[in-house]
Structures are given as C-alpha cells and as structure tokens.
Design a protein around this ligand. Structure first.
Ligand SMILES: C[S@@+](CC[C@H](N)C(=O)[O-])C[C@H]1O[C@@H](n2cnc3c(N)ncnc32)[C@H](O)[C@@H]1O
Length: 371
C-alpha cells in the first residue's frame, strides 16, 4: 500500500451522515465530511477492500495521494510531477486522469486533467525511463483531481470504471429507479432492524427492499475492482475483508407492493439476480393493508411519469389509507415534499434535501404521532 492512509469516498449529497454511520460500522473508524457528496476516513488496504466490497452508501473509494494549493496550471504541474506514481502501477496499465472543478478559475476542468496527465507521464518517465499507455475511454487506472477554489486533491480511484452504485442485480431497469446508495440510505434512516417488517408500498423494481436485504445479510459486492490489479494489492487483504463480514442467513420480512404487473415482474427478476427473498405482490397502496413496523417508499413525483393532478390524488388516497394502519416510522422520498406533507399522516421528524437524477428531492422521515 502506498504511504497515504487517507481515503476519500463519494456519496449522495445530503446523505453524508448515513455514509459516515456505515463507514464507522464497517471499519470502526470515525470519518468526516469533506464537502457535500464527499467523505473522508483513515484507512489501510483492508479498509479499501472492505469499503469496495460492502459499503452500500458509496459510489467510489479513492486513495488520497496529495492535497495542494491551486494557483496556476504551471504550479499544479510542479506539484504533481514530484509524485512517484510509477510505484503505484503495474507495467503497461493504461491510465487516465479525470478532473472536476468548482469555483472561479481561469482554466477548465479539461485543462486540469490535461496538465495533471502530463505531470503523471513525466513523473512515470523519470522513474521507469518510458511513458505509460494512456486510454481515456477505458483506462485500467483512473487518477482523480478535484479542485475547489484555491485547493485541490489528487487521488487514485480504487473502485474502477464502474461505480459501486451500478449493482449487478439490476437486470430490469425501471424508468424511475432509485440509485441503490439512496435506497440503502432510506432504509437506514427508517431505523429498520432485521427482525422487523419492512414494507415498500410502491416498490417499482424493488431497489429499496433489495438493498435492505443486502444490508441485513451483509451480501458483498462481488465484482472486479481497480485496486485488485495494482502491484501493491495483497490478495490476503481481500480474503481478510470477506472473512470479517461473513454473510448472514436471516429470515426477513420484506414486503413490496406494485400496481404495474410489468414493474412487479422486473422487481422479481432483480430480487432473483440479487439472491434475496422478497414478498412481492401486485397491489394498490391506496387500498392494500399497510400494517408494518416500518415503511420506506419512493413515491411517484409526477415529473417524469404521470401528472401533478394525478400525483396529488395518489398522495391523498395513500395518506388516507396510511392513517388506517399501525406503523411506527415511514420514510418517503419525493420531489414534492409540501404536497406529500399535506396529505400524509404523522409528524415529520427529519427533512433532508437530496439530489437525485438532476432533481432536488426530499427525504421525509415521519413518526406515527397521535394522528
Ligand atoms: C418512483 S417509482 C419507484 C421506483 C423504485 N423505488 C425503484 O427503485 O425501482 C414509483 C412506483 O410506484 C408505482 N405506483 C404508483 N401508484 C401506485 C399505487 N397506487 N400502488 C402501488 N404502486 C403504485 C409506480 O408504478 C412506480 O413503479
């Protein structure tokens, strides 16, 4: 493992607290929020394995290589060319630099990626006497540079081309599917425990329930990761990470309703691909039994599918039905928080703004209250 012992990880802006809770549970380490959508924590190679294999709230895990001050492109080059990157890579691994930027700068993020790339090639050449291959479309190694105002960080992506959020179980793509890290966060915000009944009354392709099952059973994300091809990767760490969290076989009460037979069939396919047992029924959430310990739902917003008037009627009918049944906590995600609050029974305990698919959505946590 290279000398850095700081890991950075991307998560959903607005849900950093859930990510920090998960990281603490998985690693025993207290992390911190770098800025919205980015958390940090101390870590070693086993932490890299554990996070890539088990973290459900993250998109990518980076090994921090350098933090610096951003003034000019020349100064950036001078800082990065001094890093000994060749030690990190196996011979002939094609690399690429990806950059993002926030703040006022006289250069673009493409300029940052280009200059950082030139510095890396030069540094590599000085160490090995030749240049490494570059492949901007399908690199094996991705370096990440993120600039914010006059500061930047530079890191090695341990996850690889495919984000952790791209779960292999997604055989059926629902047109309004939740990103799995958000689905996981909703389950955690509901405070669900494996012995309780969890109901998603509008389950679409089943993402929330599948993520709940993966969390309860500790199912690893078994797929190739970039770090496995680095010369410093020790396969014993991978085995140690898997041994640390053996899968649990628990009888779970995970129940999903969906009004559309097509989406219901898609949820069944996804659950089978994920290897989790869900009880999935074709039912109308405005009339079906909603008795459950906890409910978690990503309701239609009427923005991509349906109309505002239809959505208002749905929220009203769902709210009336909810008031008839015993439940303790309901977590609902919507891009129409006022409308939902107007119609749902219970008391809003938390209201988190979360960006999802280009929309500002709200995650509302309702307690049953006295209503
Ligand atoms: C935003 S999508 C849920 C997406 C889901 N979380 C996923 O990741 O695939 C809302 C779902 O609610 C379903 N729905 C709408 N009205 C319903 C009702 N009255 N009862 C049950 N399901 C309903 C829609 O068919 C749609 O699949």
């Amino acid at each position: 493992m290279p000398p850095s012992h700081t890991l950075l990880a991307t998560t959903t802006p607005g849900l950093e607290a859930v990510a920090l809770q998960e990281l603490a549970e998985l690693t025993g380490q207290q992390g911190w929020v770098e800025h919205p959508g980015l958390v940090g924590l101390p870590g070693d190679e086993e932490t890299v394995c554990v996070l890539n294999l088990f973290a459900q709230s993250l998109y990518r895990v980076y090994l921090l290589l350098y933090r610096g001050t951003l003034t000019t492109l020349e100064a950036l080059y001078a800082q990065l060319v001094a890093l000994r990157v060749a030690d990190l890579l196996a011979p002939e691994q094609p690399l690429a630099v990806r950059a993002t930027r926030q703040g006022e700068h006289p250069f673009t993020s493409q300029d940052l990626a280009r200059v950082a790339g030139q510095a890396l090639l030069e540094s590599y050449q000085r160490q090995r006497g030749r240049r490494p291959p570059v492949n901007l479309d399908a690199p094996e190694v991705i370096f990440r540079l993120e600039a914010r105002d006059d500061r930047f960080w530079f890191a090695l992506d341990t996850t690889g081309l495919t984000s952790l959020a791209e779960r292999p179980y997604r055989r059926f793509a629902h047109p309004a599917a939740l990103k799995p890290p958000i689905a996981y966060a909703l389950v955690r915000l509901a405070g669900w425990h494996a012995e309780e009944t969890l109901l998603d009354p509008m389950c679409g392709s089943g993402t929330i329930l599948i993520e709940a099952a993966r969390y309860a059973c500790r199912l690893p994300n078994l797929r190739p990761f970039a770090f496995q091809r680095f010369p410093w990767h020790n396969p014993a760490c991978w085995q140690a990470a898997l041994a640390r969290y053996p899968a649990r076989h628990l009888p779970l009460r995970l129940l999903g309703y969906e009004i559309s037979p097509r989406f219901l069939a898609g949820a069944r396919d996804n659950a089978a691909a994920a290897g989790v047992a869900l009880q999935l029924l074709q039912a109308d959430a405005t009339t079906a039994c909603l008795a459950a310990d906890r409910l978690v739902v990503n309701v239609p917003y009427g923005i991509r599918m349906g109309s505002t008037r239809k959505v208002a009627r749905l929220y009203q009918a769902f709210g009336r039905n909810l008031a008839r049944w015993p439940w303790t906590t309901l977590v609902a995600m919507t891009a129409r928080p006022k409308l939902l609050q107007q119609h749902l029974p219970g008391v809003v305990q938390h209201d988190l703004e979360v960006r999802h698919g280009g929309l500002y959505t709200h995650v509302l946590v309702f307690g049953r209250g006295d209503t």
